[in-house]
Design a protein around this ligand. Structure first.
Ligand code: GAP
Length: 518
């Protein structure tokens, strides 16, 4: 099965089992907007909890806030979003479809890179064991020609984007002979900038002055509360402020399920440091965040850093943590050294000092900031895609199992009476009552035990507890493990400790956090 087919199956599975529904489905949906169902909301809450605990609880110099989505419109002028939070757009006059000019070019480059990959595979087949890929790539004329072509287009595109030269961007599309995937024509409009912020009106004022924006990132809510938190929390630099919340972007190219949405959630942390110490902290947070991802056990090889060579004007270092999604390595989290840009700009635009008096150096300064910014929905997709598994069993049957890390699993255990009579449901309910305040449990008495196991596998429940006639005599149950499908006989009294040992944060997050003091 191709990874594309597997991804389609995963999307269907996410809907069938109540993880993710297309928004407004009975009205044919709303582009790039999704709803989280009964299982999805549990998984999402568990991811939030995992991040919040790692960032806030385990670092005694990081606190959290929850700022409003609506903010004063001047904030978005100060942050640069009104002027520069744009995507370059181009329309095809025949299909009336709208595209991001840079994405059209990137897809064109990807096609050239595909040709290189195919050429390499041909070489591998031809030369068999003696095949030396590095040498082949360095000498094969077709590979060299295509690699040079891809590099040239990439360089021209970067130059046009950096110079904000929209004519050059259009010319490049024409030179590459890129056609609209829908109409097949090259009848393109000019490229123009499109601001990604959604705007609306505040109160009854319907002129320009009443325009406010749905925040495109949660970070600015942290910056404008920097002094509130610092003073009321008596925080000393270095310290961080964390926030989880919705962000909105009018994405033109909204594809790949919940990877790129118009309404999504971010988990962001701004870490305020002394000027001159930012690169040390930037490196610290790069490592710390990678460690957090790896702690989930989805496979260390699924993550990689992408260090930015081209930096935004406010950053002096930046990297993405990329995850190997079913459609390839893509950005999951950004770590940015944002200098004093944001606080400096808010100081300038608000006319209020955004300075910190450092008792150790007896100086006042605008702190520098390291930002860690991770998409909640993208983390959800990373977990789901790494967990989704279509498995052939020894007996010829097939099962779909979500191998979600137990700490994040929506349901931790299912309590299943073997039959619906003889006092087994009552005993099962009794056990359920003793565990439901500690763990999210499900009770299921319908269908055969095999079918019930499959249902739990499909939502990623790590433990199934089966109550049978013997249980009534010896107070022992069968515990069935999701991943191995092995079964153990265990006393009811031992259940809490067994499950807790697998799902508790203690097992997953490093016990001693608080290393962000250095
Ligand atoms: N405050 C910095 C900031 O917002 P960003 O790289 O634009 O930086 C941070 O976004 C993270 O938010 C990304 O790494 C990604 O995980 C998530 N994200 C951004 N746009 C998204 C979208 N349209 N849909 C889902 N997640 C998105």
């Amino acid at each position: 099965m191709t990874s594309e087919e597997l991804f389609k199956n995963l999307i269907a599975h996410a809907k069938e089992y109540g993880f993710i529904f297309p928004s407004s489905e009975i009205y044919d949906g709303l582009g790039a907007v999704y709803d989280y169902g009964q299982m999805g909301v549990e998984l999402k809450n568990n991811i939030k909890n995992y991040w919040w605990n790692a960032m806030v609880r385990l670092h005694d110099n990081i606190v959290g806030i929850d700022s409003a989505i609506f903010m004063h419109p001047r904030i978005w002028e100060a942050s640069g979003h009104v002027g520069a939070f744009n995507d370059p757009l181009i329309d095809n006059r025949d299909s009336k479809k709208r595209y991001r000019a840079d994405v059209l070019l990137e897809e064109h480059i990807a096609k050239i890179e595909d040709k290189i990959t195919k050429e390499v595979e041909k070489g591998r087949k031809k030369f068999g064991e003696a095949f030396d890929e590095a040498q082949f790539r360095a000498t094969n004329p077709n590979v060299l020609r295509n690699a040079a072509k891809a590099a040239e287009i990439q360089a021209k595109m970067n130059a046009a984007l950096n110079a904000n030269d929209l004519d050059a961007l259009k010319q490049l599309i024409l030179d590459c002979e890129i056609a609209c995937p829908v109409s097949g024509s090259r009848n393109w409009t000019d490229v123009r900038q499109f601001n990604l912020m959604f705007s609306t009106q505040l109160g009854s004022v319907s002129d320009e002055a009443g325009v406010i924006y749905l925040r495109p990132e949660t970070a600015q809510g942290i910056f404008v509360n920097f002094l509130n938190v610092q003073k009321t929390g008596r925080m000393k630099i270095p310290f961080g402020i964390a926030q989880i919340g919705k962000a909105f972007r009018n994405e033109i190219v909204a594809r790949q399920f919940i990877f790129r949405m118009r309404e999504f959630e971010q988990m962001e942390m701004q870490f305020f440091v002394r000027p001159g110490e930012e690169i040390k902290w930037y490196e610290y947070w790069k490592n710390e965040r990678l460690r957090w991802h790896q702690s989930l056990g989805l496979g260390n090889e699924k993550y990689r850093f992408h260090n930015h060579e081209k930096l935004a004007h406010y950053a002096n270092a930046a990297a993405d943590i990329e995850f190997n999604f079913p459609f390839g390595f893509k950005e999951l989290e950004g770590i940015h050294s944002r200098t004093d840009f944001d606080l400096g700009r808010h100081q300038e635009f608000s006319g209020r000092k955004q300075q910190y008096f450092d008792p150790e150096t007896n100086e006042s300064y605008v702190p520098y900031v390291i930002e860690t910014s991770i998409g909640l929905d993208r983390t959800f997709l990373a977990v789901l895609s790494a967990a989704y598994c279509e498995e052939q069993l020894g007996n010829g049957e097939e099962r779909v199992v979500l191998r979600i890390p137990p700490v994040l699993a929506p349901v931790k255990l299912a309590v299943l009476p073997l039959v619906k009579k003889d006092g087994l449901p009552e005993k099962a309910q009794e056990i359920l009552q003793t565990l439901r305040l500690d763990f999210n449990c499900r009770y299921d008495e319908k269908d055969s035990i095999g079918k019930r196991y499959r249902r739990q596998d499909a939502i990623g429940t790590p433990f199934c507890i089966t109550i049978d006639h013997q249980t009534l005599e010896d107070d022992q149950v069968t515990v069935r493990y999701r991943d191995t499908m092995q079964q153990d006989r265990l006393s009811v009294a031992g259940l809490r400790a067994l499950i807790d040992g697998q799902v508790n944060l203690r097992k997953w997050l490093p016990a001693a956090g608080n290393s962000s003091r250095q």
